[in-house]
Design a protein. Sequence first.
Length: 270
Amino acid sequence: MFIIGERINGMFKVVARAIAERDREAIADLARRQVQAGAQALDINTGPTEGDPVEVMRWLVETVQEAVDVPLSIDTPRLPVLEAGLRVARRAPIINSTTGAKDRLDAQLPLAMEHGASLIGLTIDERGIPRNAEARAEIALTIIARAMEAGLPPDRLYLDPIVLPVSAAQDQSAAALAAIGLFRSLSDPPPNIVVGLSNVSQGAKDRGLVNRTYLVMAMAMGVTTAILDPFDRELMAAQRTAGLLLNQEIYAEDYLEAAKPALAGAGGSV
């Protein structure tokens, strides 16, 4: 499974403070520790910054790249901010994200092609978030078709079934899982499928337990990528174990022991 670390986001107080103070070391440390904990890429989101978001995105991307050598997911709905991050990305980045809406696809598919970027496609369109798996799959098929027309290779497209908080939309947790199963039938080989994991536990009391359980369920349905908190050691252990049981990793009695050097880097609270 491909893990994208979620912690460099201005919604987190420690990141917002580091942005306000232009504290490069705080951001660099957060980047390094996520990679040490098992993240293979890092999501970069300025959050509701009080400064110029274009300048902030550029500063965040440059700061993270000085600390780690992994792909970056440029996470913003604002086109100028997205372009700023893409322009300074050293490795092929990920655009997080487009939707099935025509205007978003028309704006972001050319950017993905220009910058050699991968693209996350949220299964939402002008009508909003679908309430069932079939409607999500319909939008997913639109995104796939448009990506093919633009020349985007299938391995650079990630479909997102839209995970909603179980505390507010309980039926949608199952609908998103069912959509994952349908997405797998849309192309051969099956498409990349990504979930923003922490969304499912927003407003829930036992967030860690909810996240761990849902990740394992999503992996069983065919999810290949997750944007998550790599500092949650139990979550990372559950992901590793699920991968083993799904025959995605070679069995070894000490498979968790082998992961401990990475998991040890997840210490600390952010």
